[in-house]
Design a protein around this ligand. Structure first.
Ligand code: OAD
Ligand code: ZN
Length: 257
């Protein structure tokens, strides 16, 4: 799509929206160098999700699972927010009501400046005690890059084994994050979907509910996915290119008026 080909109605819908719900997935962080899950080079092609993303997998080999999450933490630490993250952070300043709901466990949205954010699938920096349920920031402890049985992270309150505070397959998403997302789904006039296949998130029903409630639904993703059928506008481009370009058209239009 060239610059002139952005649909006028898309720009107008984004300009006039008052209550905006943004929903992101791994594709939003791809241009920062972090892998997605279900693409050819994705995490779940290289690592078996039953081993690395289920409670049963963790219990049968916590060292192996933790060491992969420690590696991911190092990848996240060396990645930088891309223009998709920074544009979404700018959008938060512009709209009277705004919520970013991300499935990503990295912190690139926060580092780009997003504050009105809920994390649906947990946080890669956090660990949670299996016994007392308390959540800790792994960066507050002097943890090794690679664990052994002896050095696995233990709860500073009760001594229980800690796990990554990430939502694994078969687990519930955090109630508060889901409630906040559903509230916006029911009230938003614009929903922007960025970089998710919808393979997991299709099950949450956000896009179809927002559309049924009268919101304009916009998707940015180079590939068609489960949620594309609910989008009024699909922009088939990488988010780091498309979002700044769309946002420039929206803000130029505002200044022209
Ligand atoms: P997926 O790997 O399922 O989908 C990534 C999507 O990003 C695909 O639709 C790609 O086409 C798209 N994509 C790739 N590059 C892009 C770019 N530059 N700009 C925009 N889009 C791009 O990842 P998710 O949908 O996020 O859960 O996966 C959902 C959940 O499944 C994840 O949160 C994770 C995984 O199991 C947990 O880890 C709990
Ligand atoms: Zn504990």
């Amino acid at each position: 799509m060239g610059n002139n080909e952005l649909p006028r109605d898309l720009i107008e819908a984004m300009r006039s929206a008052k209550c905006v719900f943004v929903f992101t997935g791994a594709g939003a962080s791809k241009e920062s160098g972090l892998p997605t899950f279900r693409e050819i080079d994705g995490e779940w092609t290289r690592h078996d999700p039953m081993t690395f993303a289920t409670f049963e997998g963790f219990i049968s080999n916590p060292v192996k699972v933790w060491n992969l999450y420690r590696l991911r933490q190092r990848q996240i630490a060396s990645a930088q927010p891309n223009p998709a993250h920074t544009t979404i952070a700018e959008m938060e300043q512009y709209y009277p009501e705004f919520l970013l709901c991300t499935q990503n466990v990295d912190d690139l949205h926060e580092r780009a400046g997003s504050r009105k954010i809920v994390k649906l699938h947990g946080d890669a920096w956090q660990m949670r005690c299996l016994d007392c349920g308390k959540i800790f920031d792994t960066r507050d402890f002097d943890l090794p890059d690679e664990f052994t049985e002896e050095t696995l992270p233990k709860c500073p309150k009760c001594g229980g084994l800690c796990r990554p505070n990430i939502v694994w397959f078969g687990e519930y998403v955090p109630h508060e994050a889901m409630a906040a997302a559903l509230d916006m789904v029911s009230r938003c006039d614009l929903m922007l979907i960025v970089g998710t296949s919808g393979e997991v998130s299709g099950g949450y029903g956000f896009a179809q509910q927002a559309r049924a409630n009268g919101a304009t639904v916009v998707e940015i993703n180079p590939s068609e996915g489960v949620l594309t059928r609910y989008a009024h506008f699909w922009v088939p481009e990488p988010a780091g290119l498309a979002l700044p370009r769309i946002w420039k058209s929206v803000t130029d239009r505002c200044r022209a008026q």
